[in-house]
Design a protein around this ligand. Structure first.
Ligand code: HEC
Ligand code: HEC
Ligand code: HEC
Ligand code: HEC
Length: 133
């Protein structure tokens, strides 16, 4: 009697654990960091860096992490150690006309449009944290 109860109890615990970890895993999409924005109006965009770049076959880091000098793109140099916000301020300034949100949208969406692959609608990138998949 006691043994059966023990087994039932253990089974129940495993079910609960599987449930917890199962759903936690499903919700854990890898997202953008939004620390540069003072406040956010949308859930952070879904972006799983390495998986994304492998699927999209992007070997050249400078496609996104570019370097500019005097208004010209510098070939074969990458700024992968700098966040985009280091050069693209949240608010546009004279030195850098393209503000941060615009820089992201232009970079991300334009390639998806060009390639005919990848999300282009707001809610496809800014997915809700729960049940938004
Ligand atoms: C499709 C665009 C894209 C490509 C291609 C890309 N990255 Fe990134 N990477 C990003 C974005 C967006 C961030 C987040 C930047 C931010 O928060 O300002 C980032 C962040 C990083 C970071 C910051 C640390 C981190 O993990 O948050 C490193 C390091 C990095 N990338 C390295 C690379 C390297 C090395 C390559 C080439 C092998 C590469 N990236 C290619 C878009 C890209
Ligand atoms: C070292 C500084 C620097 C970093 C880091 C940087 N940019 Fe830029 N970016 C510039 C400059 C300078 C320009 C050209 C002037 C302008 O239009 O603001 C530019 C232009 C752009 C443009 C318009 C031209 C184009 O390539 O389509 C986009 C979009 C853009 N950046 C997105 C990004 C994104 C996304 C990141 C991070 C992954 C990033 N930038 C990181 C400096 C930088
Ligand atoms: C130079 C091209 C390019 C750039 C830049 C780019 N993407 Fe993509 N992205 C793609 C391609 C191609 C696919 C489809 C890949 C596949 O076949 O699954 C894709 C797919 C995606 C997907 C759906 C698959 C997934 O990983 O969940 C998301 C989300 C996404 N991109 C977000 C972003 C964000 C956010 C940025 C900007 C930080 C970005 N992408 C920049 C080319 C690009
Ligand atoms: C291809 C992916 C993608 C699409 C499509 C997209 N965004 Fe974004 N958006 C981003 C990324 C990446 C950032 C920068 C970090 C973040 O908030 O995730 C951003 C930032 C923002 C921000 C600033 C941060 C905040 O939450 O206030 C707003 C507002 C925004 N997007 C609204 C929109 C709207 C509205 C649409 C549709 C018209 C849209 N986005 C479509 C990727 C995308």
């Amino acid at each position: 009697m006691g043994e059966i109860r023990m087994k039932t109890c253990l089974t129940a615990m495993l079910v609960v654990l599987a449930f917890c970890f199962g759903t936690a895993g499903a919700q854990e999409l890898i997202r953008m960091d939004t620390y540069a924005f003072d406040s956010t109006r949308r859930p952070a965009a879904v972006f799983d860096h390495d998986i994304h770049n492998e699927a999209a076959e992007l070997d050249d880091c400078a496609v996104c992490h570019h370097v500019w000098e005097n208004g010209t793109l510098v070939e074969d140099e990458s700024s992968e150690d700098s966040p985009c916000s280091e050069c693209h301020g949240v608010n546009p300034t004279q030195e850098n006309e393209m503000a941060l949100a615009n820089a992201f949208h232009t970079k991300c969406r334009s390639c998806h449009i060009d390639k005919g692959a990848g999300p282009i609608l707001c809610g496809q990138c800014h997915r809700k944290m729960q049940g938004g998949e």
